[in-house]
Design a protein around this ligand. Structure first.
Ligand code: A3P
Length: 315
């Protein structure tokens, strides 16, 4: 399923053992006012990121943490390789090239040398990131590379991130949900404010090289969502391909395979995979505070309409 499974397990297991050794205050570094996990990146890497050279045929996937980026990555990899019809030899070459990256595949992860190593990946590269537009390397927006932006309703994203913080050995735990909720609302979490990300992406909603897709629409009709993605990137697949990929990337299927694909990280990553888990966490006051904040930041925007906030987030 994951074409780079052995390597991902090795990298995450190494990360976990490092995390346990770090005191909580050393688990993050701040770059331009935003926190990032020190076990996965560094200020030097964030500086070197500017040198990343996007190719016109790169497939860029971005989403705020916990919006379902690993799921979307798997789907897009399957769509891309089905369209490309790589031979076994080509596939082996691609896997070997990915192994040489020596980092978990996110654009802002790894050592500063990662941008040189990324040049050696064969096209089409599938590049993942959690960064918003103003932090992306300039060549991404200047090139013809298309960008797929994943969004998820803020309440479920917040809950998913809360559990991630508490379950990941490389992230500090919060003493309570209430304490975490305040940090999330104020953008005092890794990758900064959820709301700032969406406000920025909303400005690109009609940009020809940007497509926005939501976690919720993929949950509702994954085949339809994948058809939109394939049309955007110009991938050609038949109905059976879509059905096969949808079947192999259901939450259950990915969770069942996760020991093989992600090692112990799998138990943390594949948590619930549902829409509406926020109802078990939010107090009435927190619910109202989130509704107000969403309205204040995104009320009346095209993005809010796309995300169907009223359907997925209203009590
Ligand atoms: P929950 O914590 O709500 O379960 P990311 O990949 O960006 O870190 O996002 C993780 C979220 O995506 C988790 O949400 C995880 O369960 C969910 N997820 C992962 N694989 C999924 C799948 N195949 N279908 C639906 N949701 C999935």
């Amino acid at each position: 399923m994951s074409r780079n499974r052995g390597r991902i397990i090795e990298i995450t297991e190494n990360l976990f053992s490092q995390g346990v050794k770090r005191p909580p205050e050393a688990m993050f570094f701040s770059y331009k006012g935003i926190l990032y996990p020190a076990s996965m990146s560094s200020p030097e890497t964030m500086e070197a990121l500017k040198s990343f050279e996007a190719r016109n045929d790169d497939v860029i996937i971005t989403g705020y943490p916990k919006t379902g980026t690993n799921w979307l990555e798997q789907m897009v990899k399957e769509l891309e390789s089905t369209d490309a019809k790589y031979t076994e030899e080509e596939m082996k070459e691609r896997i070997n090239a990915e192994k040489k990256l020596e980092t978990f595949p996110r654009l802002e992860f790894g050592d500063p040398g990662i941008y040189e190593r990324l040049k050696k990946l064969p096209s089409r590269r599938i590049i993942l990131t959690h960064l918003p537009p103003h932090l992306l390397p300039p060549s991404v927006l200047q090139s013809k590379a298309k960008i797929l932006v994943l969004v998820r309703n803020p309440k479920d994203t917040a809950v998913s991130y809360y559990h991630f913080y508490n379950d990941m050995p490389v992230m500090p735990s919060f003493a309570s949900w209430d304490e975490y909720f305040a940090a999330f609302m104020n953008g005092k979490v890794a990758w900064g404010s959820y709301f700032d990300h969406l406000v920025e992406w909303n400005k690109y909603i009609d940009h020809e090289k940007v497509m926005i897709i939501s976690y919720e629409e993929l949950k509702e009709d994954q085949v339809l969502g994948m058809k939109r993605i394939a049309a955007f990137f110009g991938f050609s697949l038949c109905e059976e391909d879509f059905l096969r990929i949808a079947k192999m990337t259901t939450f259950q299927a990915m969770k069942e395979k996760s020991k093989e694909t992600h090692g112990q990280f799998g138990d943390i990553l594949f948590r619930k995979g549902v829409v509406g888990n926020w109802r078990d966490h939010f107090s009435k006051a927190q619910n109202e505070e989130m509704d107000r904040k969403f309205e204040e930041c995104l009320g009346g925007t095209k993005l809010a309409a796309r995300m169907k906030y009223d359907v997925y987030c209203k009590a």
